[in-house]
Design a protein around this ligand. Structure first.
Ligand SMILES: Cc1ncc(COP(=O)(O)O)c(C=O)c1O
Length: 421
């Protein structure tokens, strides 16, 4: 039985939908009628943790070995098989994965890395962390995935890597990007934080590039509390990641203190403390066994959204990509038709929150943040800029029921209707 937590009981409770009053654009500023909503917050996301996950973690707690050890090795094996890569290296986060992958690819000062502006801070920050320069290429306005034509324009003699983001769970056009990377001698490093469960032309995202970096943050397809994984087909690259994730030491703790270990060790280069623990890996193994169940449930929820949002003219879901793909539905992103509204996106988000509907912003483009403003040419990024002001994310997680989606879309429709231009 899945444990749904304290919000489960209220999950199906719903305040009655109040009759909508038509509010013509020229109506005097009367107090707005309360929006349809819920008694308790419907969160943007909630992990599904069942008895198997709890038992797996308890077994590790009882085992006497908590940090990286046999459960991490097993998680890596299972993960590599799931995503169709030869190797997988578990880390404390996808951020750590991006950091080490860029280092292991030899990227540093003087190098350029082409990436999407529509991403989480981690992608750009880790490029800066290794001393390289992020060069942003604009996104396709219909899918918000990086546009290969924009990537091509952004390439230079200094480009050492391309880091596309599989936005919201839809794959980028990997064949085109791999060909571009190969023709420029650059590494293709996939930010696959949203893409566990995603397929591209029938194959899971994970193998086939220099590396693909996954996240197990609690909002992601599966969780380890916090955690990440780098998938790669290259054994030497994987070995380098293993070295860098643990102080640049040749043997990890399991090998030094385990039954067949030897306590000697040597620091051979500057490394970090980015290992995943067995406690987390045990949770990850149990979650990974449910990946298909989770993607199927997310797809079902997305289908309910698609049906209902068709009747909300001022909001639209993103388009599907034009090549064969499975969307993992990490996020349910809608774009507002701001030309049809008298308020901005932030006001819509605030009113949804007031109606107890969890909302998110994925993402405010990196070039609009202070750290990046002087490092990017905003004029060359019109689609990412426009999307940054028009998108918002609605609740999407496997345990949602159809009534939840009805509540969300009713509340959104109400807010947009009351603020129609
Ligand atoms: C696109 C993208 N890349 C990287 C990350 C970083 O993942 P983590 O939180 O595991 O470091 C995230 C996290 O949300 C993300 O959305």
């Amino acid at each position: 039985m899945e444990k749904l937590g304290p919000q489960a009981a209220s999950h199906r409770e719903r305040t009655p939908v109040r009759k909508r009053r038509a509010a013509p654009a020229e109506a005097p500023a009367a107090p707005s009628p309360p929006a349809p909503g819920r008694r308790e917050l419907l969160p943007l996301s909630r992990p599904s943790i069942g008895d198997a996950e709890i038992a797996a973690v308890v077994a590790v707690l009882r085992s006497g070995w908590l940090t990286s050890g046999p459960r991490v090795a097993e998680f890596e094996r299972l993960f590599a098989a799931t995503v169709g890569a030869r190797h997988a290296v578990a880390l404390s986060s996808a951020t750590a994965g991006l950091h080490l992958t860029l280092l292991a690819a030899g990227i540093g000062p003087g190098d350029e890395v082409v990436t999407s502006p529509l991403t989480w801070a981690a992608t750009g920050n880790m490029i800066l962390a290794v001393g390289a320069r992020p060069v942003f290429a604009d996104v396709d306005p219909t899918t918000l995935n990086i546009d290969p034509a924009a990537v091509e324009r952004a390439l230079s003699e200094r480009t050492r890597a391309i880091v596309p983001v599989h936005f919201a769970g839809q794959p980028v056009d990997l064949d085109t990007l791999r060909a571009l990377a190969a023709s420029h001698g650059a590494a293709l490093i996939e930010d696959a934080a949203h893409a566990l469960g995603t397929t591209y032309r029938g194959r899971p995202v994970g193998g086939g590039s220099a590396a693909a970096v996954f996240s197990f943050h609690p909002v992601k397809a599966i969780t380890t509390g916090e955690g990440g994984m780098v998938a790669t087909d290259d054994a030497d690259f994987a070995a380098r990641l293993r070295l860098l994730r643990f102080h640049g030491i040749t043997r990890d703790a399991w090998k030094r203190y385990g039954s067949r270990g030897h306590p000697d060790y040597e620091v051979v280069e500057l490394g970090y403390k980015y290992n995943l623990t067995d406690l987390q890996a045990a949770l990850g193994i149990a979650q990974l066994a449910r990946l298909d169940e989770f993607v199927t449930a997310r797809t079902r929820v997305a289908g309910w959204y698609a049906e209902r949002l068709r009747h909300v003219p001022a909001a639209a879901m993103l388009d599907p990509v034009s090549y064969p793909a499975r969307h993992a539905w990490h996020l349910l992103v809608v774009r507002l038709r701001l030309d049809m509204l008298r308020v901005d996106r932030d006001a819509v988000m605030e009113e949804l929150l007031a109606a107890n509907i969890g909302v998110g912003l994925h993402f405010k483009a990196l070039h609009l943040h202070r750290l990046y403003r002087d490092r990017a040419d905003a004029a060359a990024l019109p689609h990412a800029t426009a999307a940054s002001h028009a998108i918002l994310s609605l609740p999407l997680f496997p345990a949602m029921v159809e009534d939840d989606v009805r509540d969300v879309v009713d509340a959104l429709a109400d807010v947009l209707h009351r603020h129609a231009a």
